[in-house]
Design a protein around this ligand. Structure first.
Ligand code: GLP
Length: 243
């Protein structure tokens, strides 16, 4: 794993946006895997800025989001599709239908997960998967557990994840859907390249365990040790437990 150490969250965003821009300049038809959460917002702002300046074109790009809540649709401000519209989709020239997010209102979530997995394969796989890190070590919504599921699947959310996502649900974790759908760690590890963005002291111990500890389903992020092309872009606070 390559570790790119940055001074602060803005520098993390600058470098991440640079990586995306470099890829899109080289491969205008690139397939991106995208995260939600607070961490990537500054990166999305920069990508939107570059697009507004005319230096970044998304017209041939397709994107696949990591995860989505079950039971809410894009009309709900807490849905990840609403997030993606707010921070990226409505700000760049992605072709309609090429910003793929799991459908939280699908009548059959298991079938929706299978459809999504097939759509990624049909697109030729993900060129660059951008990830955030849950404070509890989750990636997407692959929660710490005794075992992990490889492919896109339905998952019951753990309490810390519901708390971390309460912002768009009136600050009340009980209002956060109990279930989500997420790419599996196998889906994620199939990406040709992975960028992991981490900021803040509250994730430092998780970053330390992810890099120096064993590969274990109790810390899903540790599975990133198995991939050949992962770049961790983190600020000094998040890196403070690394030795
Ligand atoms: C959320 C998402 C993850 C995201 C993570 C970190 O629950 N499901 O995909 O990477 O938690 O979020 P944040 O960047 O806000 O810390």
């Amino acid at each position: 794993m390559i570790i790119s150490l940055c001074d602060d969250p803005q520098d993390v965003a600058d470098l991440a946006a640079q990586r995306v821009a470099d890829l899109l300049h080289d491969s205008p038809r690139a397939v991106l895997g995208l995260p939600t959460g607070r961490t990537p917002i500054l990166m999305y702002d920069l990508l939107a800025e570059q697009h507004a300046e005319g230096t970044l074109d998304f017209s041939q790009v397709s994107t696949y989001n990591l995860d989505e809540f079950v039971g809410i649709g894009e009309d709900h401000p807490g849905s990840y599709r609403a997030y993606m519209r707010r921070y990226l989709f409505d700000r760049v020239n992605l072709t309609s239908g090429e910003g793929h997010v799991l459908d939280g209102l699908a009548a059959d979530p298991d079938a929706e997960c299978a459809r999504f997995e097939e759509a990624i394969d049909a697109a030729g796989g993900i060129d660059l998967m951008i990830l955030g890190l849950g404070a509890n070590g989750h990636i997407g919504f692959n929660e710490p557990a005794d075992s992990l599921q490889a492919r896109t699947h339905r998952v019951r959310l753990l309490e810390p994840s519901r708390q971390a996502n309460a912002g768009f649900f009136g600050g009340d974790p009980a209002q956060v859907p109990a279930e989500a759908m997420t790419m599996g760690m196998g889906t994620i590890l199939k990406a040709r390249r992975i960028l992991l963005l981490v900021t803040g002291a509250e994730k430092a111990s998780t970053v330390g365990a992810m890099i120096n500890g064993p590969v274990t389903p109790q810390l899903p992020a540790s599975f990133l040790q198995l991939h050949r092309h992962v770049e961790l872009i983190c600020d000094t606070e998040a890196a403070s437990a690394l030795r």
